[in-house]
Design a protein around this ligand. Structure first.
Ligand code: B12
Ligand code: SF4
Length: 463
């Protein structure tokens, strides 16, 4: 069979898309799981090849026997359009990823979707490609004689070390970068034991947290494209098991990967604040930035969303990062329940006072299957039959304290306030810290890439 795996486009050249482009790990992972079956697999990352109109995509899809598409809630609208094109060409479609897993009844609502792979895809997709009868494939939802059948869930793989390696050579590594530093992604664990009310990871992984062994992680890193300079660990909670992380750091140094690569990971405030020795080891092993979901600096909001830490921990966490030469990239939600416009401005000011290095803001969004979604429906903030296929990542709901317009204004203001303050960047402590603190050794590598690649791209665009 000829199979086309599609990563749908997402805000190409806008927002985060201006400064980063991430490899399509879900599809590389799937391709790795079926690479020995003799099928011909192609990946189309529409964030790289973004010049596809309906005619061009139709011509492309016609060359294949099956189209697989990865789908988040924010890309659902585009994914449906791709499915409609495939349907017109009579090519079957299979969707996977967070949105179809958490809202599998979309297959009943939209006839252009032929199959859904719920949850982890490796085994389900493999069984399908091996020709196992559909009604025997766990985790598969499909259509038969006009009726939709949802097979029972597939149990999770307990031993992640047995997973096949992602097939990284299926895409050209050149376009992928994080602030123009050639970058790749690596997954070392799945799931999260916490249950923040806005997050769907716990629902997707059913509260389970599973890890790959340090040896397996190193083997995966050794197989990344050799142009890679920066690795983003996609785990939601990379630093949850201190012993494992310290061992990974030891191996990074032993294999000298720490000299060749820089690392960025997502972590939790309390893990960092409670484990300064782990942060020190990570810094020594080449970690340069932690992506932390602060979400808010108002204690009541943190409590509401079940974050389970206080502002003292936040302060401690940032101090420890900076002491170890690790940059803090903070993510914040605008429109938290119980938060007013004034409260949000207090958070913005604290971002600066606490010397966060980079930040991004997202509108409060009751993603399907989250506790926040139930709360939003119960309180009438969004209708139960909210049409996610019409949503395009803009604020979706008025909260008791803020209107959609106020949330949008605050999103815009946050970037203006944080990034457009030139004095803050040029004369503030931030640049001095980066230039004169030897712990920020990595800064000159990143600055070089930003200047050579980023500036060139910027000048070309100006042309
Ligand atoms: C890395 C990452 C990113 C990267 C993108 C990386 C990329 N190009 O793939 C960046 C930083 C750019 C990013 C951005 C965003 N992200 Co993001 N991201 C993640 C993260 C942390 C890891 C994803 C990953 O690679 N996992 C590893 C792979 C192997 O797992 P997987 O994707 O789940 O794929 C498996 C299965 O789902 C299934 N599968 C998936 N696709 C398919 C397709 C087929 C055909 C089949 C059969 C199976 C299948 O099989 C795979 C193997 O088991 C997840 C959280 C998480 N833990 O997954 C959030 C997550 C997916 N992101 C999320 C969101 C909201 C966003 C943003 C909208 C944030 C924003 N406001 O800008 C943007 C949207 C970007 C976009 N492309 O649309 C949400 C999605 C929620 C939802 N309901 O859809 C998540 C779950 C985070 C969260 N906690 O809420 N993200
Ligand atoms: S936000 Fe982070 S810590 Fe909270 S449940 Fe989601 S992945 Fe876990």
């Amino acid at each position: 069979m000829k199979i086309l795996l599609i990563y749908p486009p997402f805000q190409v050249g806008k927002g985060m898309g201006k400064v980063m482009l991430s490899p399509p790990l879900s599809l590389l992972t799937l391709a790795g799981a079926v690479s020995d079956l003799g099928h011909e697999i192609e990946i189309l990352d529409m964030n790289v090849d973004y010049n596809y109109d309906i005619d061009k995509l139709t011509l492309k899809i016609k060359q294949f026997d099956l189209v697989g598409i990865t789908c988040m809630t924010n890309t659902f609208k585009t994914v449906l359009n791709i499915c409609k094109i495939a349907k017109k060409c009579n090519i079957p479609t299979i969707l996977g990823g967070f949105h179809p897993t958490l809202v599998p009844n979309i297959i009943e609502d939209f006839k252009c979707i032929d199959m859904i792979c719920r949850g982890e895809g490796e085994v389900t997709f493999r069984e399908l490609l091996k020709g196992k009868p559909k009604n025997q494939i766990l985790g598969l939802s499909f259509r038969e004689n006009g009726a939709v059948i949802h097979n029972p869930d597939r149990p999770f793989k307990n031993n992640l070390n047995r997973l096949p390696f992602p097939k990284n050579d299926l895409v050209d590594p050149k376009p992928y970068h994080y602030i123009w530093v050639p970058a790749w992604v690596c997954e070392t664990s799945r799931g999260c034991p916490f249950n923040c009310n806005f997050c769907c990871v716990t629902q997707f992984h059913k509260g389970k947290y599973r890890t790959k062994s340090p040896n397996r992680v190193i083997r995966e890193l050794l197989q990344l494209p050799n142009t890679t300079k920066l690795v983003f660990f996609t785990d939601d909670n990379f630093s949850l098991q201190k012993k494992r992380i310290i061992r990974i750091c030891e191996l990074l140094e032993k294999t000298k990967l720490s000299k060749r690569l820089m690392f960025v990971c997502q972590s939790r405030v309390d893990d960092i604040a409670n484990n300064p020795d782990m942060v020190q080891a990570m810094s020594k092993a080449g970690f340069i930035c932690f992506f932390l979901g602060f979400e808010s600096f108002k204690q009541i909001s943190l409590n509401n969303m079940q974050k389970q830490y206080n502002l003292d921990k936040v302060r401690k966490c940032i101090k420890i990062c900076h002491k170890n030469g690790i940059m803090v990239f903070g993510s914040f939600i605008i429109g938290n329940i119980g938060e007013t416009v004034e409260d949000t401005w207090k958070t913005f000011k604290l971002m600066k006072d606490l010397e966060i290095d980079m930040m991004m803001t997202n509108p409060i969004t009751p993603f399907p299957a989250t506790p926040l979604y139930d709360e939003a429906v119960k309180n009438g903030w969004i209708p139960e039959d909210f049409r996610w296929e019409k949503w395009d990542i803009t604020p979706v709901m008025n909260t008791p304290d803020m209107t959609i317009d106020q949330i949008q204004d605050l999103l815009d203001e946050s970037y203006r306030f944080f990034y457009n303050d030139i004095g803050y960047f040029l004369f503030g402590k931030k640049l001095l810290r980066l230039l004169f603190n030897p712990k920020f050794w990595w800064y000159r590598h990143v600055a070089f890439s930003v200047l050579t690649n980023g500036l060139t791209k910027f000048l070309i665009k100006l042309d």
